[in-house]
Design a protein around this ligand. Sequence first.
Ligand code: HEC
Ligand code: HEC
Ligand code: HEC
Ligand code: HEC
Ligand code: HEC
Ligand code: HEC
Ligand code: HEC
Ligand code: HEC
Ligand code: HEC
Ligand code: HEC
Length: 331
Amino acid sequence: MPTLAQQSGPKFIAARAMLLTALLLVCRASDSQTVTEHPYLEGHEINSDTCLKCHPDKEEGKIVHTALDVLCENCHQVASDKVARKTRITLQAKGGELCGKCHETEQQQVVHAPYAAGECLLCHEPHTSNFPGLLRAEQDTLCGSCHQANHPSVSVDEAAQRVTLLGRQSYSLELFKSAPKLGTFRPRPGVPVSTHPVTGRDPRKADGEFKCSTCHNPHTSRADQLLRMPTKGESASENLCLGCHTGARFLHQKTVAHSDCSTCHSVHAAQSSKTPEGVFHLVQGQPGLCLKCHDVAAEPIQKAHLNQPVASNRCTECHNPHGSERARLIK
Ligand code: HEC
Ligand code: HEC
Ligand code: HEC
Ligand code: HEC
Ligand code: HEC
Ligand code: HEC
Ligand code: HEC
Ligand code: HEC
Ligand code: HEC
Ligand code: HEC
């Protein structure tokens, strides 16, 4: 049976007129708020080419889901009743189960709540998108809708206990509230800034770009906080931070006690860029940062400092917090 696109002559014109009438009827029906019924489709009309005649937007966009290359029916079940001349279109399966027909479910310890719930459509478009990865928006906007405090694209419905994200797709209000909220993301990277660059151009590479998925795995991960790698370890293959912050001052350290970068730095902390904490994205200022673990009143430290009152100083005036070729991390 030829598809509609391949047909010509009066039969095709008649079919097209029929489709247009059906479309108009439905449009009128939806104007007057009555329940819309899908236009009746003959058996031979149930194919992607025909579907796309009336739903052309399903193949428009920079990124088209490869699943569409095959068949609309990969996801939509189309049942046409010849006698009643009625067509009912339903989804083959719900949520993650539908996507799971073709995409394997990731199995790693740390699982992101919306992924665990199979709510793929909170982040992905099923048909086409203008953003890489078939996403519904740029990552800072998409992830920000749940993780940025007071994001403009969120509307809360207290009565229904749901939130609507980015104008479409609703989510449980309770889970939404459990998503850790970060400060406003800076529109461009660079230092000094009060937060670590997480979005925009990467100044170190001509074609580099910061996205949330540069450091986080959006679905599941082996590392805490959905990080692509832990923030500790002494080489770029085990430590996320060292993938970008290279150099002898981090590697070949004599003391490895300070190799967990997140002990002292927070990528998302939002202190003022006028303070050292802000510039260096530190979780706390000095000397408090160091005094969390080092008791300067203790005998060996007192002795090492020749009983000088170092507790009131910036420890990094004399020590390199990361590593040193000299003993005792002396600069
Ligand atoms: C004659 C034009 C026409 C053809 C051909 C057509 N559709 Fe539709 N479709 C419509 C209209 C009109 C609506 C109602 C739109 C609305 O409610 O906003 C609709 C609605 C839908 C919906 C929303 C759910 C529903 O049932 O209302 C889905 C899904 C859908 N179509 C899928 C398909 C698929 C898959 C095909 C091919 C098998 C197809 N359509 C072929 C006109 C068409
Ligand atoms: C990978 C699975 C998948 C494929 C393939 C697919 N769809 Fe869909 N479609 C969906 C899902 C899921 C929804 C429900 C979206 C929602 O709830 O927001 C949907 C909704 C729709 C709707 C109604 C809502 C809207 O966005 O307009 C139409 C119309 C539609 N699809 C048409 C098509 C047509 C035509 C094709 C083939 C060209 C197709 N779909 C192929 C998964 C798919
Ligand atoms: C009928 C099989 C099928 C179904 C069902 C399906 N997909 Fe896909 N999807 C594919 C294929 C094939 C690719 C291309 C894979 C590749 O390039 O490695 C793909 C690619 C993708 C990509 C990557 C796109 C890109 O350009 O980076 C995303 C994201 C995706 N699918 C999400 C989904 C979601 C969400 C659902 C459920 C709504 C879904 N898929 C359902 C077959 C399917
Ligand atoms: C919290 C948002 C979010 C949810 C929920 C989500 N994804 Fe993704 N997904 C992403 C992001 C972000 C990417 C990476 C895009 C990039 O880096 O270009 C991605 C990438 C993908 C890809 C392509 C790369 C790969 O990993 O193979 C597929 C396929 C995919 N997702 C399928 C799914 C399916 C299936 C579900 C539901 C079970 C789902 N996603 C749920 C955000 C999400
Ligand atoms: C629909 C809402 C929603 C969206 C969109 C969303 N998240 Fe989440 N996210 C959550 C919730 C809820 C939690 C808390 C529950 C949990 O730990 O999974 C969470 C937790 C996290 C955590 C902390 C995990 C931990 O183990 O402490 C990170 C990191 C995170 N999300 C990153 C992202 C990134 C990156 C994106 C965009 C790709 C994103 N999120 C998009 C809802 C969302
Ligand atoms: C340069 C790497 C990097 C980038 C890019 C990045 N993050 Fe993170 N993120 C981290 C690290 C490391 C942590 C662990 C805690 C910390 O350092 O603040 C974290 C923690 C988180 C948490 C958990 C915070 C908490 O209080 O539990 C969320 C949510 C999160 N990131 C979301 C995002 C979103 C959304 C984006 C994109 C706008 C993003 N991240 C981009 C490295 C990054
Ligand atoms: C994807 C690359 C990338 C990753 C991963 C990354 N950073 Fe950065 N970081 C940068 C860039 C780019 C800057 C801006 C300054 C520059 O050009 O070096 C920066 C700035 C900084 C600064 C301020 C530097 C200064 O001289 O003022 C600190 C501190 C820092 N990062 C710590 C970390 C820590 C800790 C981690 C891991 C949790 C980390 N970074 C992960 C790319 C990255
Ligand atoms: C014990 C706390 C601590 C740990 C752990 C730590 N840092 Fe730092 N880092 C600091 C302090 C304090 C500064 C500010 C230096 C100053 O005041 O001169 C700094 C500055 C920096 C800077 C900017 C200055 C420079 O030397 O380029 C970068 C980049 C940086 N740290 C990355 C890292 C990375 C990557 C790790 C993990 C390998 C790490 N830090 C682990 C405390 C720490
Ligand atoms: C999370 C705990 C922790 C924090 C915070 C911390 N340290 Fe350490 N530091 C250690 C441990 C553990 C060792 C290795 C055991 C030891 O020698 O005491 C160490 C070792 C040292 C040494 C070398 C001792 C030696 O014998 O070689 C110096 C110097 C030092 N730290 C200075 C600092 C400074 C300066 C800061 C603040 C920028 C700081 N530490 C923050 C835990 C910490
Ligand atoms: C004026 C320079 C100076 C300042 C400021 C300073 N230190 Fe030291 N620190 C030293 C010297 C010198 C040594 C001994 C080096 C040696 O024994 O070779 C030392 C040794 C240490 C040791 C090793 C003690 C041991 O067991 O041998 C630790 C830990 C330490 N300092 C922590 C700190 C902390 C924490 C601060 C900030 C509160 C700080 N230092 C501030 C110069 C300084």
